[in-house]
Write a new protein. Sequence first.
Length: 95
Amino acid sequence: MKLFQLFKKKEKAVVVIPAYNEEEVIGRTIDLIKATKLPLDIIVVNDGSTDRTASVAKEKGCIVVNLPKNVGKANAFLAGIKEALKLNPTAVVTL
């Protein structure tokens, strides 16, 4: 199935973004994804950040998964995928 066909059917995708201390750029990244106007949910996996990464993502309306400490990108992806599967998406896109 091609990506454009997925969205023509109004099915939903989930975008998973692992993030570690990305306070300065996470908001703009979320805005760019939302600007596509595609039907999707955004999950930000806060990988033990010590800045406002989680707060910014939450303010932008994202689902936020908070990991208690930095576990690395691969483990953050896994946590995001687990959360995404709870939403029963047609597709999961990772950044």
